[in-house]
Each structure stands twice: as structure tokens, then as C-alpha cells.
Write a protein that binds this ligand. Structure first.
Ligand SMILES: [Zn+2]
Ligand SMILES: [Zn+2]
Length: 173
């Protein structure tokens, strides 16, 4: 298919940010009149980033990865996943650290992420209803595919929890 976009000159207004930008600032869009997206590339990127942080966006991400990596089957529906994600307590199931505290920790792993990770209780069962949990990145790293849920809960309670409690007390001063 020959496209006529490259032959056009001039500018176009982004429907999101309202800026008049060169046509090259817009991505291609098959069904729009001029063959270009309504939003500029920058707005589209911000929008995509925001979407990835929503439960539906997270689900799509997991879906993509589960197609790529074998052994990470996904059997939960998007609706059930969103319901679970929205109602899950915002603390790490292993060390109990609250999500809102993550960015305050001097921990180079947790301090960067700010968000709890989604993990599976039993890895082999994949992303299934009743097999999902939220945990901090630190615990997720430690657990990897090596420790079981029960073992990691023990480690989290015994070793990780006293660390973040101490760390957050230090930062509060
Ligand atoms: Zn824009
Ligand atoms: Zn943790």
C-alpha cells in the first residue's frame, strides 16, 4: 500500500495537548481521514504509560508475557483479575511492608519501584484465580523460583520485616 502521508506538508493540531506540530510528530493511523493519529506521539506515549499502570493495562502486560514465556499460563479473566487487583490489600504478603512506604525505603530495589509486584502462590499454576498475590520487589527477588510461598513467608517475617521497620523509623526522624 502506498501512503500519501509522506508527501504532505504542514502541521496538525494534537487533540490532546492542543499543540500545532509537524506531521512527523504524529503516528500513523489507518482509519483516520489523513492517515495520522489524532494525538501526537508524545501524548500517545504518556497515555500508553498511564494505561500500563491500570489493572487492565497490567493484565494486558501479563497476557503478553505469558504468551512469550512458557510455564506462566494465564487462566484468570480480565474482569476477575481487575476485581482481585482492586481489592487486594496493599501490603507485601511476605514481609507486610505497605505499598505507600516503598518509595521511602533506602532499599535500592524497593525504593525505585514504588509498586507491589504481582506474584503467584504456586508458580506452576500460573496466573490463576486464587493463585495471585502482591509482594514487594525485594521479597520477589529473594523468593525467585527457589523458595516456596511458605518458606518465603517465614523469611519475610523473620528477616525482611525487621529491616524495613528499622529503615522506615530511621527515615521518619
Ligand atoms: Zn499532544
Ligand atoms: Zn516484602
Amino acid at each position: 500500500m502506498k501512503d500519501n502521508i509522506t508527501h504532505m506538508v504542514g502541521t496538525k493540531e494534537c487533540t490532546k495537548c492542543g499543540r500545532n506540530l509537524p506531521l512527523s510528530a504524529f503516528g500513523k493511523h489507518r482509519i483516520s481521514k489523513d492517515g495520522l493519529a489524532h494525538r501526537c506521539k508524545e501524548c500517545a506515549r504518556i497515555n500508553a504509560k498511564k494505561y500500563r499502570q491500570t489493572p487492565a493495562g497490567i493484565y494486558n502486560n501479563i497476557q503478553g508475557r505469558s504468551r512469550f514465556y512458557k510455564g506462566r499460563p494465564l487462566s484468570i479473566s480480565k474482569e476477575a483479575f481487575i476485581e482481585w487487583y482492586d481489592s487486594a490489600p496493599r501490603t507485601c504478603v511476605y514481609c507486610d511492608v505497605p505499598e505507600e512506604l516503598l518509595h521511602k525505603l533506602g532499599d535500592t530495589v524497593n525504593g525505585r519501584t514504588r509498586k507491589l509486584n504481582i506474584d503467584r502462590v504456586v508458580n506452576a499454576k500460573g496466573y490463576a484465580k486464587g493463585n495471585l498475590l502482591l509482594c514487594c520487589q525485594r521479597c520477589n527477588y529473594i523468593k525467585s523460583d527457589f523458595f516456596t510461598y511458605e518458606e518465603m513467608r517465614e523469611i519475610g517475617q523473620k528477616y525482611v520485616k525487621p529491616r524495613w521497620i528499622k529503615e522506615s523509623a530511621k527515615n521518619a526522624m
